[in-house]
Design a protein. Structure first.
Length: 154
């Protein structure tokens, strides 16, 4: 992300306009136990984007830090959409509408509600909840791996 920004920024400055959208994650809004490196790098994306906005907005360059929560994709392994987990098409359509309106966006209304909730709750409480949820996810993955190994040995 930093290298790509370094490559494209001179051209944008020369033209006096441009848009940079950096994709972070809701996991970058607060420390996310069991996803320490991922969470930390997404916090970096958000901070870097905000700095870029401050440095280059007066040169006509719009910078947006996009901080999505879960989206129903193959990567998230979530197949069904619901209010909190939109399909990618809806999320992208909604997120694109936030360009130029703010420096940081959760991308859609439901993710905005999740983000604001995380922002107002005590960090220790959010970390405790996330640790419990992610511990269960990790255990479910471990059991699937063990079952898969047992099937392959048969």
């Amino acid at each position: 992300m930093v290298k790509m920004t370094q490559l494209i920024l001179p051209g944008m400055i020369k033209k006096g306009k441009g848009i940079v959208v950096n994709i972070g994650s809701g996991s970058g809004v607060c420390p996310t136990p069991l996803l320490s490196v991922y969470s930390s790098t997404k916090t970096f994306v958000d901070c870097f984007s905000k700095c870029m906005h401050s440095e280059y907005a007066d040169k006509g360059i719009i910078t947006l830090s996009l901080m999505p929560w879960f989206v129903a994709t193959k990567m998230s392994q979530i197949r069904r959409s619901n209010f909190l987990v939109p399909f990618p098409e809806y999320y992208v359509s909604s997120a694109l509408k936030t360009i130029g309106r703010c420096r940081r966006s959760y991308g859609c209304v439901s993710h905005g509600l999740q983000g604001k909730l995380v922002e107002v709750l005590p960090e220790s409480f959010v970390s405790w909840i996330l640790h419990r949820i992610l511990s269960r996810v990790r255990e479910r993955i471990r059991r699937k791996q063990i079952a898969s190994q047992a099937r392959s040995q048969q």
